[in-house]
Write a protein that binds this ligand. Structure first.
Ligand SMILES: *Cc1c(COP(=O)(O)O)cnc(C)c1O
Length: 416
């Protein structure tokens, strides 16, 4: 107990001492605790993930890969990255894993860098039918540097038209066939896409940003056995840190390693990689499987309860953790609907319908997801009450006082 000997290193939990930032963070915590988060891409990270993120690992420079770094002192972070890779490989049954991408979009950029040259044709789901901006939006590198060709859904079923997709693939011979979506609520038939990709001699890339957590939990089919390459976001259903991961067949190892570093990134974010390791361990627990099962059941129930109250659900329902709700029947745009819901303490994203008549910036739909609501303590049996609040908020006049009443009900529901 000598006062001059600091003793063994005991990590102190960091304290946010900056008063202005601390106050804003507290405000954000209050916002989250008192309003219902139905944004399908947001899930609060687990406490263990947050603890890993707050460590000093974030300031360690470690360009390169374990055992082959450009900086000294990497022996410990090498172990951390190896652990994250091994756990991810075990979770998904993948041969090749890269845990360094700083986000989902950056993982996607690495896939293009690995498999395509500028100007190559890329076949992906239309952006206004659920595709992501990295799947060929003109506003994104993918649309500027490559030649996007888009497949879509059938107008009658609002499900992917696999026959038309096959024809497009055989005519255009895309370098990459992309599957994956931000708002398509049905399982995608990856085996069918594999056979199309084989016939068109295309690389099959599954962007599983949203659904990877469901696959990890065994409540959605895994794309890994069929795809050449899979990208995922660790901050969505997986409850991990903000970041991306790439999974692939072993024979794509070299091109993907080089694509992430040095082609796109410098040093990786080692605190995030530690948090990814934590996340992958949690994703293998029975608790996570239960959570994912509840999330999917709650989304299906919410969709059914909304439909019962007169709202049309795109594709008639959902197989995953999100649903797209048509609000045009109420004479609202997606933006107006999301504003009314926000006034009532229900936080959603506006969305577009397949074949929407409104411009994309307005849309005629909202997207609702259950990953955060289930963590906030709501279960399948709470969904009728949630649906009731949603419908009441959408029907209430924007300048009346009904929204404040619903807001109170929501806060009570979350407190109880
Ligand atoms: C969320 C998402 C991504 C990744 O987005 P980032 O914000 O860059 O992490 C990529 N693809 C799809 C389909 C997504 O939904």
């Amino acid at each position: 107990m000598s006062p001059v000997n600091p003793g063994p290193v005991t990590p102190q939990p960091p304290v946010l001492t900056d008063p202005e930032v601390a106050d804003l963070v507290a405000q954000e915590s209050r916002r989250r605790a008192t309003t219902l988060q139905l944004i399908a891409s947001e899930t609060p990270a687990s406490p263990a993930v947050r603890a890993a993120l707050a460590t000093e690992l974030g300031t360690k420079y470690a360009e390169g890969y374990p055992g082959a770094r450009y900086h000294g002192g990497c022996e410990v972070v090498d172990e951390i990255e190896r652990l994250a890779i091994a756990r991810t490989a075990a979770t998904f049954g993948a041969d090749y894993v890269n845990v360094q991408p700083l986000s989902g979009s950056i993982a996607n950029l690495a896939v293009y860098a690995a498999f395509a040259q500028q100007g190559d044709p890329i076949l992906a789901l239309r952006l206004d039918q659920g595709g992501h901006q990295t799947h060929g939006s003109r506003a994104n590198f993918s649309g500027r540097w490559f030649l996007p060709i888009h497949y879509g859904v059938r107008e009658t079923t609002e499900r992917i038209d696999y026959d038309a997709l096959r024809e497009l693939a055989l005519v255009h011979r895309p370098r990459i066939l992309v599957a994956g979506s931000t708002s398509y609520s049905r399982h995608i038939d990856i085996a069918a896409l594999r056979s199309i990709a084989d016939d068109a001699e295309a690389v099959l890339w599954v962007d599983a940003a949203h659904t990877a957590g469901l696959a990890a939990a065994g409540v959605a089919p895994s794309p890994v056995p069929h795809a050449d390459v899979v990208t995922l976001a660790t901050h969505k259903v997986l409850r991990g840190p903000r970041g991306g991961i790439i999974l692939a067949r072993a024979d794509h190892h070299d091109v993907l390693q080089k694509a992430v570093h040095p082609f796109i990134q410098g040093g990786p974010s080692m605190n995030s990689i530690a948090a990814k390791a934590v996340c992958m361990r949690e994703a293998g627990t029975p608790e996570f499987a239960d959570y994912a099962t509840t999330m999917v059941a709650a989304a299906a129930r919410l969709a059914a309860e909304l439909a019962e109250r007169g709202l049309r659900i795109v594709t008639g329902g959902t197989d995953i953790h999100l649903a797209v709700v048509d609000v045009s029947g109420l004479g609202l745009t997606g933006v107006q609907a999301s504003e009314r819901l926000a006034a009532a303490g229900i936080v959603v994203d506006k969305a577009v319908l397949p074949f929407d008549t409104q411009p994309p910036a307005q849309g005629s739909a909202v997207r609702v997801g259950t990953s955060a609501a289930v963590l906030a303590g709501l279960g399948v049996d709470d969904m009728p009450a949630v649906a009731e609040c949603i419908v009441a908020a959408l029907r209430a006049a924007p300048d009346g006082d009904q929204h404040a009443g619903i807001r109170g009900q929501i806060a009570e529901m979350l407190a109880g």
